[in-house]
Design a protein around this ligand. Structure first.
Ligand SMILES: Cc1cc2nc3c(=O)[nH]c(=O)nc-3n(C[C@H](O)[C@H](O)[C@H](O)COP(=O)(O)OP(=O)(O)OC[C@H]3O[C@@H](n4cnc5c(N)ncnc54)[C@H](O)[C@@H]3O)c2cc1C
Length: 560
């Protein structure tokens, strides 16, 4: 063992840092592992804001927030977890403010809140359109202030499981090379999402679903893996995000005929309907020939230069840099892009998984507060509230228990496996498989899903997994061997894709992000008001189901 801690947090985005701070404050010896510098985590890319019922812009309360979230989830969210999120959110946002988060302000100096999709009240606190950047900096300051150790540029590759408990992590040291073993009484996965499964994605290159795959390999179940959210406003072809904050500030979506087409899909909420509804509307317009080169248009012009420059300056810059378009003068071409994984590691409301000592929080986890469709602004809130809760529980557990064992065999097995991969001299390059995976997931497991396409995707992923067995890492070196880590990430992505397809085929209904207009166009509460659960048996996914927790909201038809 190279080091040992009470609590080891894998990932240093909003969820990981918030968890580490809480564990530290609870008295635990805590460290973080991150494959990139903490402030480069994808959380820093969040633009639009964070949801809490502060009631600053109009009347609002946690109960309304909870109902909006339940409805937004298409009733697949667990209502006990949603109630916790909405109840603790205001206090958690004020805590961030007290730590120095520079939220935008109302005229009278309170935290300003903008309207966001499917929210009954303006509820999204924001710092212009760089909210994530601000939160990451503030949390990092708190980490530095507490002198919390970060194993930076260490790649977590395997969990150590001994005696039915998670007792540490085996990492590859990116800077110096070599395997490092860190023992811990509790491990919190906070590794973020897996958008890189798709070609057009808003997610950073680091979002490869590592923690989900680590949990799956350790025998822990993944929940609702078919639920990948497509964000309605991303730039072609890269998938760079144009924030929902634009629509929150009043931007229109237009088709090639210059019509605000949402009148036909969500006549009340229009551009502020939920993301699944808008992405489907856009895709329908594009498929029926009312798009413009595969896009629709996001029109900000009527907001005026002053508002755009004050509240959406980052968006203007992105659109000028990536599209050569100044939204003050021209509409921005946008299309749906893979954005957020509602699914993830199955946890309870304290972040605990079924494996003692293993926790998960943030996008890697599925508590589940987002169910089949996440509301914009709820993800950042989840990272903070459930980061805090898992940090607290993991610390309490660690402080009440003493031993950590990392059996020698676990380490020698890992060394042998790594050597076999690096010793391979010929075979296929990982990037080819990765590109094929991302392109076919986009084609066959996108906004709309068809049985035949999902079946085909299952076979494609099978084939890619076979080819992956012969993948060759050309860089044999120790220093910044990103060739190696990208190959390992690809292995993770392939297993997650397989899990997603299995769940997608099994869910024979349309709910939230899972839309099957051709064979099962309706939501089917009688048969499918339940979570999918996937565990790995001999490296292959096994599907189970788990009931949804209801507290006070009966499923109703969902219209906006
Ligand atoms: C462009 C964009 C804009 C968004 N805007 C908003 C918004 O306005 N409001 C909102 O609520 N949500 C938004 N979201 C969603 C939200 O930002 C994310 O869900 C959330 O920030 C994820 O935080 P996280 O801490 O779980 O993961 P991340 O911030 O992605 O951090 C993951 C961490 O895990 C580490 N890691 C991963 N794998 C490994 C490994 N194998 N070994 C070691 N370390 C590892 C990384 O180094 C990183 O530190 C947005 C998302 C995107 C992509």
């Amino acid at each position: 063992m190279d080091a040992q801690h009470d609590v080891l947090v894998v990932g240093a985005g909003c969820a990981g840092m918030r968890a580490a701070i809480e564990a530290f404050d609870a008295g635990a010896d805590v460290a973080m592992i991150s494959k990139i510098h903490p402030t480069r985590s994808h959380s820093g890319a969040a633009e639009g804001g964070i949801n809490a019922a502060l009631g600053n812009a109009s009347e609002d309360d946690p109960e309304t927030h909870a109902f909006d979230t339940v409805k937004g989830s298409d009733y697949l969210g667990d209502q006990d977890a949603i109630e916790i999120l909405c109840r603790e959110a205001p206090g958690d946002v004020y805590q961030l403010e007290n730590w120095g988060a520079v939220f935008s302000r109302t005229e009278d100096g309170r935290i300003a809140q903008r309207p966001f999709g499917a929210a009954g009240a303006p509820r999204t606190a924001y710092a212009a359109d760089i909210t994530g950047h601000v939160l990451v900096q503030v949390l990092y300051e708190q980490v530095v202030k507490r002198d919390i150790l970060t194993y930076e540029e260490w790649f977590a590759w395997k969990l150590v499981v001994d005696d039915g408990r998670c007792q540490g992590v085996i990492c590859w040291d990116l800077l110096n090379g070599g395997l490092k073993v860190v023992g811990a009484k509790t491990v919190i996965l906070a590794t973020g999402g897996a958008g890189r499964l798709y070609t057009g994605t808003t997610n950073a290159y680091s979002c490869t679903g590592d923690g989900m795959a680590l949990a799956l390999r350790a025998g822990v179940a993944l929940k609702d893996m078919e639920m990948m959210q497509f964000h309605p406003t991303t730039l072609a072809p890269t998938g760079v995000l144009i924030t929902e904050g634009c629509r929150g500030e009043g931007a229109y979506l237009l088709n090639s005929e210059g019509e605000r087409f949402l009148k036909d899909y969500a006549p009340n909420a229009m551009e502020l309907a939920s993301r699944d509804v808008i992405s489907r509307a856009e895709q329908t317009e594009i498929d029926q020939g009312r798009g413009i080169e595969g896009n629709v248009l996001l029109d900000l012009r009527h907001l005026g230069a002053e508002k755009i420059l004050e509240r959406l300056h980052g968006t203007r810059e992105l659109s000028m840099v990536f599209m050569g378009i100044d939204p003050i003068h021209e509409p921005i071409p946008v299309r749906p892009g893979a954005h957020y994984h509602m699914g993830g590691v199955d946890t309870d409301a304290w972040g605990q998984t079924s494996l003692t000592g293993l926790y998960a929080a943030g996008e890697v986890a599925c508590v589940s507060v987002h169910g089949a469709n996440r509301l914009g602004g709820n993800a950042l809130m989840e990272t903070i509230t459930f980061g805090k809760r898992s940090g607290r529980h993991a610390a309490d557990w660690a402080l009440a228990n003493t031993t950590v064992t990392v059996p020698e065999g676990v380490v020698t097995d890992a060394e042998r496996e790594l050597k076999a991969l690096l010793d391979r001299r010929d075979g296929e390059r990982p990037w080819k498989i990765r590109d094929e995976l991302a392109a076919t997931m986009h084609e066959n497991f996108g906004v709309f899903r068809r049985e035949d396409q999902m079946q085909r995707q299952g076979q494609i992923v099978d084939g890619l997994r076979e080819r992956y067995e012969r993948v060759v890492v050309e860089d044999k070196g120790d220093v910044f061997n990103s060739d190696l880590t990208q190959a390992l990430e690809l292995g993770f992505l392939l297993e997650l894709a397989e899990a997603m397809v299995v769940c997608g085929i099994a869910r024979k209904e349309s709910r939230g992000a899972h839309a099957r207009p051709h064979d099962f166009p309706e939501r089917d509460d009688e048969n499918f008001l339940k979570h999918t659960l996937v565990t790995s048996v001999d490296g292959r996914p096994r599907l189970d189901w788990k009931p949804v927790t209801m507290t006070k909201w009966e499923p109703k038809e969902r219209t906006y």
